[in-house]
Design a protein around this ligand. Structure first.
Ligand code: AMP
Length: 223
């Protein structure tokens, strides 16, 4: 990276567009921190923390959590990691215009800004097909697909042998509700960043290596 300052990127897109997978790959490629609000919340649920208990019902129903919970969680995370200097990809946040405006203010108060917003574009039917077949490792977060990318041994993670789970919110009825939430709540976030001139759309229907290459080429200008 030629810039001295930290690099702050947001990954936007419907559920199942590959935000988590691509954020992981790009973070490894450029040594950035990966902040996935969905993964953090799922860990809280597994641990049975107070936050996890508050989050569980809304997440299982495919609804968004109250903003105040997210702000508190992110603020703690930011201070813990010395947010002044940390480069990161935010995956799963902001998910509404209110959250985008709050993030803007949060960063502005620290003299910081978002450098690029990568928007993964995928139509609803492809989302449903992808997510209904997704199985996830609760230990390392790696995702598989029953048809497109099955694990070597049925039902267990290639990395650590943990039994794979079918996330409650990856069942079709809930997927459709999550998509509705996405169109209503999250698409306005794309418009917000487009007006700031930092939005970059990437077709997410190609294979994972191609999508990664397209994202990387768009980030080069920032390096
Ligand atoms: P994800 O793994 O990113 O698809 O997130 C799974 C679920 O976590 C979402 O459907 C929401 O219930 C919750 N969640 C994650 N990020 C946020 C956010 N920024 N605001 C509100 N709820 C969120």
């Amino acid at each position: 990276m030629t810039t001295n300052s930290a690099l702050r990127i947001i990954m936007l897109g419907p559920p199942g567009s590959g935000k988590g997978t691509q954020a992981t790959r790009i973070c490894e490629r450029y040594n950035l921190g990966h902040v996935s609000t969905g993964d953090i919340l799922r860990r809280h649920i597994q641990q049975g923390s107070e936050l996890g208990q508050k989050a569980e019902t809304a997440m299982a129903a495919g609804e968004l959590l109250p903003d105040s919970l997210l702000y508190q969680m992110l603020e703690e995370l930011y201070e813990d990691r010395d947010g002044e200097h940390v480069s990161f990809i935010l995956d799963g946040f902001p998910r509404s215009l209110e959250q985008a405006e709050a993030l803007e203010e949060f960063l502005q108060n620290r003299g910081q800004k978002v450098h690029q917003v990568v928007m993964l574009v995928l139509d609803d039917e492809k989302v449903v097909a992808r997510l209904a077949g997704r199985r996830t490792c609760p230990e390392c977060g790696r995702s598989y697909h029953l048809l497109a990318a099955p694990p070597r041994n049925e039902g267990v993670c290639d990395e650590d042998g943990t039994e794979l789970i079918w996330r409650t919110d990856d069942h079709e009825e809930i997927i459709r509700r999550r998509l509705q939430t996405y169109h209503q709540e999250t698409e306005p976030v794309a418009t917000f960043y487009q007006e700031q001139g930092v939005l970059r759309e990437v077709d997410a229907s190609a294979d994972m290596d191609q999508v990664e290459a397209r994202i990387a080429s768009g980030l080069k200008e920032l390096m």
